[in-house]
Design a protein around this ligand. Sequence first.
Ligand code: BTN
Length: 244
Amino acid sequence: MERIGNWRWYEFASLESTNDKAKEMSEDAPADEFVVTAVKQTKGRGRRGREWLSLDGNLFMSLGLTCELRYLGQLIFVVSLSLLEAIKKLGPDLDVKLKWPNDVLVNGKKISGILLEKGEKEYIIVGIGVNIKVAPSRDEGLIYPATSLQDVGISTDRLDFLKVFIQVFDSNLAIWQNEGFAKLRSTWLQYAKGLGEEIMVKLENEPKNGIFNGVDDNGMLLLKTKTGIEKIYAGDVFYKEENK
Ligand code: BTN
């Protein structure tokens, strides 16, 4: 075990899913933060039961931390904003945007994903995949186009990125704790793609169209429709130009 800042860090050569390993480790962990990474991930999981294509050279990590359940909606925003800021540190001129609830886009294409799951005891497991060296192609069944840091001209490696991310995340956790969610949410919204524009949200069954009007205190998407403002808890967002 090594440390990155306050985090205990465990690196594995190969895992089915870093989230599963982190869950298992949370059973015996003292209630402090830890991070699990794997050089190879053979059964990566994505949101909503999808597969996460885990290509060699990319970053697969799971954070184990404690967070009251009622703040989970906010935690996702702190994590995704930190990913965006870490990418901006490496490439200040890149066009980086956030897509509700938790994707980071570079040049409009998905570069990272977050999967939040419940661990053992008080733990929450925050699984994060970042395309560092290579992006899966759309023939591989992706619903969104993807890119990687290498594709956009940033040469870094998974562990350098991990360290930058942890540093940014720690400083955002401190802001969250000391100043509350409002400031982080307003920074998040500055980078939100499609704010004030028409979007389509695919829920379990039906698609819903409306204007992306912001996010509430629990991180829910506010969608302005003909009948008023609706709060959306989960779904996949598509922008007008994507015409899906
Ligand atoms: C998404 O669908 O956008 C979320 C993807 C999350 C992928 C990461 S990779 C590390 C961690 N382990 C997993 O099995 N999934 C997450």
